[in-house]
Write a protein that binds this ligand. Sequence first.
Ligand SMILES: [Zn+2]
Length: 275
Amino acid sequence: MTQGPPRELPVFDSSLLHLVARLVPVGDREEWGRAWQAELWHMRHPRHKGGRPSRRGIADLAAGLVLDGWWLRVESWRRKFSGTAFLCLSTLFSLNVLSGLGILLLESSWRFGTAPLAADFQDCLVASPLVLLVALMTNSNRHLEQSTRRGLRLSLRFFFFAQVAEVLLLAFLLSASLCLPIHRTFPNISDLLQMLCFVCLALMSLRWAIRDQEQRCKQCLRSLTKPTRIGRPSHNLLEWNGMELMCKNGHGQLSVPEIETSWCQSSEWIDLNVA
Ligand SMILES: [Zn+2]
């Protein structure tokens, strides 16, 4: 005995499937739709005659469908933006906005006024180039850029300056939010403490920014992945000893020496995408 053609899904199921399919990335949408259509059809048409799906079963499957579609969307965003310069700058920008909102909240409760904030900002603006100079001078791994093209060098520098500006602003906002509440009671101590906090935070965040810059692809500016230890410490003078990192898009490879030697003094970027 042959079975008839499969019956249609109820309106709720087909509407939910259609709606959630918009969340799913285009490349996965067709296969995802077929898989979930089959799941829903089996739930609505059980083998046993008279068997009906329970409300809890319908709700569980609907929740699973939505979560699966959402997970695929989040995963595609993660693959697309993970390690990118855009994500780095956006995260720093969000932290700056949150810190600024924190200062506004503190001001509304402690009433320290905007004058000390502006004075501290001017002091930090003067101190910033010195802090940046110290961070650059104390950085041990200076990267060689001879292999990168002019346009790429410009985008690297733009990203570096944007990152430095954002981390310095974040260091100022965090130091101000820590010290300004005591400004009305101890103005001098508050100013001194704020500058100390700013210098410490700025040095730490600038060292992170410089290290982050070094360990990015010189073409797509993504963070390099797959750190691999190469060589042995006992062979430092005769063989390569250090860490190698790759761009996940295959643009190049960064070799970072463990110890600076006369023939290998700094990190080296090898462009694998040269035509
Ligand atoms: Zn790359």
